[in-house]
Design a protein around this ligand. Structure first.
Ligand code: A2P
Length: 348
């Protein structure tokens, strides 16, 4: 019988929390116990799991006693506050927020790319940004064959990236607009229904927003390529779920689309979706609920002899967040990384 683990989900009532519950059930993750944690707003609620309803508890100091793995998806400030406490109580935290991603002590892991990085954890492992995960999973298999020198990406990000309440807000906006009423905005700065706008995270002096810089810095960290040139334009679009990305890659020498297609059709976590005659390529509606990143329109960049163009769609709640986190948890179990020497040393 496989070893089983005591797991807590911090942020269980959110969009990623719901997906974590579904994945722990459908992947038959070996659970000895499952604790659902959220803010005081949700205390007393119950959530469905394996045909039962489990209570949601307000997170507090004692929440992490007797917990092996915390799957955290409750925002950066919540993680900053609670993750160190969970580690002190003996748990390993797989954190979905951006709080620890660029901390050199914290591995940033995509299991298809750098599973070995997880072994160096000191109690916290960071789950990368969703758009970065989706792009990395598609680009890494090519990068391994011929190092990519420059990536230029434009993203088409759905409402779900901003959480469950943002998805509801967009639906309400659509209903309001169709009824001829002015739409309300609370989560988003502008109406998203029937509209789009550049990602509304803070801008730096160079004019890049935080989301764009996550793609730059996190891709470099995951690939172990600190000098990789990356530029991104991130845009929120009126899609409920699943992000899409137009990705331009520049290599040191020509990379044939046929070879790229062959490599990607065998790559873990990727599915090539290309029907050139029917003009059928990855779409968020078809990527929603799927584990794989759908990649298509693989073609030569006509403006550069060493350039390659890709188009991808991926479920950012699933592979971009919850699935990647559960895969990391599975990796910790398989490689016996829940109590490595580094963790013991850090706590002594
Ligand atoms: P709650 O539902 O009680 O507010 P999403 O990203 O879909 O908006 O979900 C965010 C998740 O993070 C929810 O489960 C939310 O719980 C949880 N959360 C937000 N703030 C806190 C907090 N201060 N403490 C614990 N959980 C929080």
């Amino acid at each position: 019988m496989p070893q089983s683990y005591r797991v807590a989900i911090l942020g269980a009532t959110g969009a990623v929390g719901a997906e974590l519950l579904e994945l722990l059930e459908s992947r038959q993750f070996p659970l000895a116990d499952l604790k659902l944690l959220a803010s005081p707003r949700s205390a007393g609620r119950t959530l469905p799991f394996k045909g039962e309803r489990l209570p949601v508890e307000q997170v507090e100091e004692r929440s992490f006693e007797n917990v092996d793995i915390v799957l955290a998806s409750a925002g950066g400030s919540t993680s900053k506050g609670w993750a160190p406490k969970a580690v002190a109580a003996g748990a390993v935290v797989i954190d979905n927020s951006s709080a620890f991603r660029m901390n050199p002590q914290v591995p940033l892991v995509v299991p298809e790319i750098n599973p070995e990085a997880a072994a160096g954890h000191q109690g916290i492992i960071a789950n990368p940004n969703c758009t970065t995960i989706l792009m990395s999973v598609a680009v890494w298999p090519l990068h391994r064959v011929e190092p990519v020198q420059r990536i230029v990406a434009a993203t088409y990000q759905s409402a779900s990236g901003a959480g469950a309440r943002a998805m509801e807000e967009m639906k309400e906006q659509a209903r309001a607009i169709l009824a001829g009423v002015t739409p309300k905005t609370e989560i988003f700065p502008y109406p998203l229904a029937f509209n789009l706008f550049p990602h509304n995270t803070p801008l730096n002096e160079q004019g890049y927003c935080e989301e764009e810089m996550k793609m730059v810095n996190e891709t470099r960290k995951i690939f172990g390529a600190p000098n990789l040139r990356v530029s991104a334009t991130c845009v929120r679009v009126p899609v409920l779920r699943a992000h899409s990305e137009a990705v331009n890659l520049e290599f040191g020498k020509p990379f044939s689309p046929a070879l790229a297609r062959e490599i990607l059709s065998q790559a873990p976590g990727v599915r090539v979706v290309e029907d050139w005659q029917a003009n059928h390529f990855p779409m968020p509606a078809e990527a929603s609920g799927k584990d794989e990143v759908l990649v298509g329109r693989i073609r030569q960049d006509i403006s550069h002899p060493c350039g390659l163009e890709l188009w991808l769609s991926g479920d950012q709640i699933r592979k971009g967040a919850a699935l990647n986190a559960v895969q990391i948890a599975e990796l910790l179990g398989e490689k016996n990384l829940l109590r490595p020497a580094a963790v013991a040393a850090a706590r002594s």
